[in-house]
Design a protein around this ligand. Structure first.
Ligand SMILES: *Cc1c(COP(=O)(O)O)cnc(C)c1O
Length: 355
């Protein structure tokens, strides 16, 4: 079965085999070597300076990293402006509410791009905002939100940007040195091709010094401090770390994030063109979409369950639209060990469907 859902991904054999390594106690030096390698390689994915940036690991899914970032980095008397144009923006609003973090949401329809004018107006109306949170790749629709223009707006106002990069880290451009980004949260099991269970926040070291401590398990600054001391507060998912390290080695061997971007771009375009030729339209214009995942309109007269089951019978797991979009959309991600021949077979499946 090939997974075309947005994570967990179809593993490469190399990463799968890495799970079979020797059992490790997480209080032994062998584990800390593994943790150190994962952290060094994560900082290096975008060529960051480890003196300025820290990769903080935790055991959990991508949401754990997003929650840890938001709970720590908005200070006690800070205020967060959340850009919402999908499920994951809404999730950050839920996290902020849960921790009673002062916040406001700039809501958009889920098919819309962020409206910079509205965001600027909110920031200028209330100089109390210290942070803006945004989803880089809004997996709900496949839209790639523009970090560059939003970052400029934040930088001009001295506001820090918190980025949910869960479904973009490792495959889309992120300009960490644009002066606005304080942190990016992500996970092992999307564009990095690891297994679920390890997540991380790439954070500016100087912002950690002012971090709040609202949560116990996901306390970002404690995790960072102990990991810097070759320590860990709790039992980590050792096997997920094995897989993360192997996946990061493989990413480096394959040419890093730019090569992964190019590979995903080719697969996404192959799927888009093939589906368009079969009368299946893109829901978001390709130039506004990520290379990681694309949303498509369900063909006329075909329900999602019908499409899903027919493709599953052919060996592919696709993904439904979320929330109100479930009756209109389906999604195809080409993360993981997916190749052009697989997309060809998928398109063949679509051809057979319409017969
Ligand atoms: C997958 C994803 C998450 C995290 O989801 P988990 O189920 O916790 O892994 C967060 N944000 C975005 C944009 C995602 O695509």
């Amino acid at each position: 079965m090939l997974l075309l859902n947005p994570g967990p991904v179809t593993l490469t054999e190399r990463v799968r085999r890495s799970l079979l390594q020797t059992d490790l106690c997480h209080r032994e030096s062998e584990f800390f070597d593994l943790q150190d390698e994962a952290r060094e390689r994560l900082v290096n994915v975008y060529g960051l300076d480890p003196a300025q940036w820290s990769a903080v690991l935790m055991t959990g899914s991508g949401t754990a990293a997003v929650e840890s970032m938001v709970a720590a980095l908005v200070p006690e008397h800070g205020k967060l402006l959340i850009v919402e144009n999908g499920v994951y923006g809404e999730r950050i609003a839920h996290i902020a509410a849960q921790y009673r973090i002062a916040h406001e949401v700039v809501k958009h329809e889920w098919m819309e791009a962020p409206d910079l004018a509205r965001i600027v107006a909110r920031l200028d109306a209330d100089r109390g905002f210290t942070h803006v949170a945004v989803i880089h790749h809004e997996t709900t629709t496949g839209r790639l939100n523009d970090l560059r223009t939003l970052g400029a707006v934040c930088r001009e106002r001295g506001v820090q940007l918190l980025v949910d990069g869960v479904s973009s880290f490792g495959a889309e451009a992120i300009d960490f040195n644009d002066g606005s980004i304080a942190a990016v949260a992500a996970t092992a099991n999307k564009c990095l091709h690891g297994v679920p269970g390890a997540a991380f926040v790439i954070v500016r070291r100087d912002t950690l010094a002012q971090a709040a401590s609202r949560t116990f398990y996901l306390d970002l600054s404690r995790l960072a401090r102990l990991q810097d001391q070759r320590n860990t507060p709790f039992t980590p998912s050792v096997h997920a770390y094995y897989a993360l390290v192997e996946a990061l080695r493989e990413l480096a061997d394959e040419g890093g994030w730019t090569a992964r971007h190019a590979r995903y771009a080719a697969l996404a375009e192959q799927a888009r063109a093939g589906l368009a030729a079969r009368g299946v339209a893109s829901a978001v214009a390709p130039e506004q979409s990520s290379v990681v995942l694309r949303a498509y309109r369900l063909p006329d007269g075909v329900s999602y369950p019908q499409l899903h089951d027919a493709l599953k019978a052919r060996g592919f797991v696709i993904y439904a639209g979320q929330g109100g979009l479930s009756a209109e959309l389906f999604r195809i991600s080409t993360m993981g060990d997916i190749h052009a021949a697989d997309v060809d077979r998928l398109l063949q499946g679509f051809s057979e469907l319409s017969r």
